[in-house]
Design a protein around this ligand. Structure first.
Ligand code: SF4
Length: 299
């Protein structure tokens, strides 16, 4: 049976050191690529509007994720408030952009993780965790000392700092990043960051280095990388470039979920290229491209 590597770090005394290193970044915040340098320990806030307090909107067993994360008992999902991206089409914009949520302590977060484990969830699925990762790792430390032993899923938009990711090595079991855009211009236009492609490609490469391709036992994922690509309408992206990057720089058996569920939400109703769903042809074209390129693990 799989044992998460953070339990080894706990035994070696390394997990406590990682908490310290990550928390020290909050004093002049460089947790994510925005590098705002605000003192979050003094309640200053930067681009993500997050202070030193964890804020969550909800938690519970979730059955809407990929089948390999859900099984019969669900993925133990925790939705964190705020985000390091500002996607104009965000379906969860009340949480990610409007701050809908409540402050909780690290101890409370640890007890939520243990509660999800007790309910039989297969993993702890951190949705939009980037801005709170020092506090989350601290909660994992508290939880691990009390018996937490589920794989940790890092469910993110793909805009991550390389330095911070390196501190998560052997703490995160499953990385589940989006790969949203094929160039920086689209990231600036639709997610409010000037360097999405450059940053996400480096981040995904580091994630793959840490955890490798997705590993399953009895059809349930316990370790590895699972990339999500949401197909956008009007062939906005050069998807060939996105898929070729994965094939050439990660591996041909990288698990990739090509998602068809785009619907206009939030500000995208006002944008001519984003104000409708994706057609069947647009979606199938991307799936076909993935197969032609040679990607062998398309979900
Ligand atoms: S986590 Fe927030 S405050 Fe820190 S660098 Fe990123 S956007 Fe800025």
């Amino acid at each position: 049976m799989y044992s998460p590597k953070y339990l080894d770090l706990l035994k070696q005394g390394e997990l406590a050191k990682r908490v310290e290193k990550l928390k020290s970044k909050l004093e002049s915040c460089t947790i994510c690529p925005h590098k705002c340098h605000v003192n979050r320990q003094e309640k200053e806030v930067g681009f993500c509007k997050s202070s030193n307090k964890i804020n969550i909107s909800s938690y519970g067993p979730h059955f809407g994720e990929e089948r390999c994360l859900v099984g019969e008992s669900g993925s133990g999902t925790i939705f964190f408030t705020n985000c390091v991206l500002k996607c104009v089409y965000c379906q969860n914009y009340q949480i990610s952009q409007e701050g809908y949520g409540v402050n909780i302590s690290e101890r409370r977060l640890a007890s939520i993780m243990l509660k999800l484990q007790k309910k039989g969830c297969l993993n702890i699925n951190l949705v939009s965790p980037t801005q709170y990762i020092p506090q989350i790792v601290s909660a994992i430390y508290i939880g691990a000392r009390k018996g937490l032993n589920l794989p940790i899923v890092y469910n993110t938009g793909g805009y991550e700092s390389l330095e911070t990711l390196k501190l998560l090595d052997n703490i995160i079991d499953i990385y589940m990043p989006d790969f949203k855009y094929s160039n920086n211009e689209l990231g600036e236009k639709y997610s409010g960051v000037v360097d999405y492609y450059k940053t996400a490609t480096k981040a995904l490469t580091e994630m793959h280095r840490q955890v490798g391709s997705l590993q399953l036992e009895n059809n349930i994922a316990y370790q590895g990388l699972l990339i999500r690509h949401l197909v956008l309408p009007n062939r906005i992206n050069d998807t060939n470039k996105i898929l070729s990057f994965i094939f050439q720089n990660l591996s041909k058996d990288t698990a990739i979920n090509i998602m068809s569920q785009y619907r206009p939400a939030y500000k995208s109703y006002q944008l001519s290229k984003l104000n409708r769903g994706v057609t069947y042809d647009e979606y199938l074209e991307v799936v076909k491209q993935a197969k032609e390129i040679g990607l062998s693990n398309v979900i």
